[in-house]
Design a protein around this ligand. Structure first.
Ligand SMILES: Cc1ncc(COP(=O)(O)O)c(C=O)c1O
Length: 420
């Protein structure tokens, strides 16, 4: 757990300040038990069986994290991979090819050949891809992604259903997908959708499920080989104090009932697949950084730290809120309004933002040398990090049973400059 004890921040049972001293900053730190508890929460609250959780590895692709998820979820877990690199990572973590689904967009033939050579199921994102896949690999198994014209998510950039989304085969064009599949004698074993990311209401998820299930019902005679329905990921987590987590019990019962009722009418029990990414890892992670500059303008007191949007892009990309704490003084009666900014040469590089710009936060008085923790940073943090401004990416540390170990070394300057 990430917790505050005696006004200090702890990851697992380890003080964040000690981790910063031991490993240096900027530093990503993850708590193993939090990840395990999130896997268990899904398995315990979604009674429907067979159930597969295909972890959306893009949220955090660290090999050690994939291994934790595999260890906790056993035969219930697999990987949603969006690139050959993620397929490689999943195989290296010990997932078998049949536990991996390759769901990408704007896919080349070469990438499909890679997946086929690795015996990984390809989830086709367009009629064009399905046609090319059919030519490359006739008479094989396939899955395809539907855009159900229902979208949801914390920001327009992550809404993946509806006419503005580039993803999936438009629901109205599904007839053509069946024609292409029949032409190449493809066995459609899975149908997929993913409507967006950061969803905190069960209703949206159910709406999209109903659309997909209606499409399946309507085309049941063409789906004699169907083995699973994949409803994608998107389960959100609270980033702000006033946000409520999704009630997993309500979510699990509702999706299970809907799917079980559908399977009864379909005449066969199919497997339900969901693809949680953020839900499993977001709350496990913090980004630790050190304050090196404090300066004032007529509008803001800027507190400058040794990381930036190159390491955590969510505030800059989506105006996302991440809680920020001073690790040795989490609370105080004496607070001041500050803007926490990074070390990247762009004015947008401010962690305390909303969608319209800089939004000051009230934090205990901070001085240069203090360590800050940017919380709920385990998903789409390191995996979206870059070396922009020729700054190496941080190290990653995993805390397990009270012990911290490096799970990715800090990137060297040589690696950034020469790529080796
Ligand atoms: C196809 C697919 N599945 C699952 C996910 C995971 O989403 P989340 O991390 O919100 O659960 C994504 C995220 O973009 C996705 O594109």
């Amino acid at each position: 757990m990430i917790s505050v004890k005696g006004n200090r921040l702890f990851v697992g049972e380890v003080a964040a300040s000690g981790l910063a001293r031991q490993f240096g900053t900027p530093l990503y730190v993850y708590d193993e038990e939090t990840i395990r508890s999130k896997v268990r929460a899904l398995l315990q609250n979604i009674p429907c069986r067979p159930l597969k959780l295909y972890y959306a590895a893009k949220a955090n692709t660290n090999l050690a994290i994939l291994k934790v998820i595999k260890d906790e979820g056993g035969e219930f877990v697999g990987i949603d991979a969006v690139s050959p690199g993620e397929i490689e990572m999943a195989l290296k973590a010990g997932f078998r090819p049949e536990q991996i689904i390759f769901t990408s967009t704007s896919v080349t033939d070469e990438e499909m050949r890679f997946a086929v050579a690795k015996k990984v199921l390809v989830n086709c994102d367009s009629l064009s891809q399905l046609e090319r896949y059919g030519k490359l690999n006739p008479s094989s198994k396939v899955c395809f992604r539907v855009n159900p014209d229902v979208g949801a998510g914390h920001h327009s950039h992550v809404i993946t259903g509806g006419p503005d989304s580039k993803f999936g085969i438009w629901a109205g064009e599904i007839g053509k997908a069946f024609e292409i599949a029949a032409k190449h004698n493809l066995k459609i074993i899975g149908i997929h959708e993913h409507i967006g990311s950061g969803i905190l209401e069960t209703g949206k998820f159910l709406d999209a499920m109903k659309v997909l299930l209606a499409i399946i019902s309507k085309n049941r005679e063409k789906l004699g080989d169907l083995e699973f329905v994949d409803f994608g990921g998107g389960i959100g987590v609270p980033y702000k104090l006033d946000q409520k987590p999704i009630d997993m019990n309500v979510f699990g019962s509702a999706v299970s009932k809907l799917f079980s009722d559908f399977c009864s009418s379909f005449g066969r029990q199919l497997a339900m697949v969901i693809e949680p990414g953020r839900f499993l890892v977001a709350e496990s992670g913090v980004l630790l950084c050190t304050v090196n500059t404090i300066k004032q303008t007529p509008k803001h007191k800027f507190v400058g730290v040794d990381t930036g949007f190159n390491h955590l892009i969510r505030p800059m990309a989506y105006g996302s809120y991440h809680p920020i704490l001073a690790v040795e003084t989490c609370e105080s009666n004496k607070k001041e309004k500050i803007a926490v900014c990074g070390n990247i040469c762009e004015s947008g590089d401010v962690f305390t933002r909303n969608e319209s710009g800089i939004a000051d936060r009230k934090l205990p008085k901070i001085k240069e040398g203090d360590v800050l923790a940017i919380l709920v940073a385990g998903a789409y943090g390191f995996s979206m990090a870059s070396t922009y401004n020729t700054r190496p990416r941080p190290a990653e540390v995993l805390v397990s049973n009270g012990k911290a170990r490096v799970i990715r070394e800090r990137e060297s300057m040589a690696h950034v400059i020469y790529g080796v």
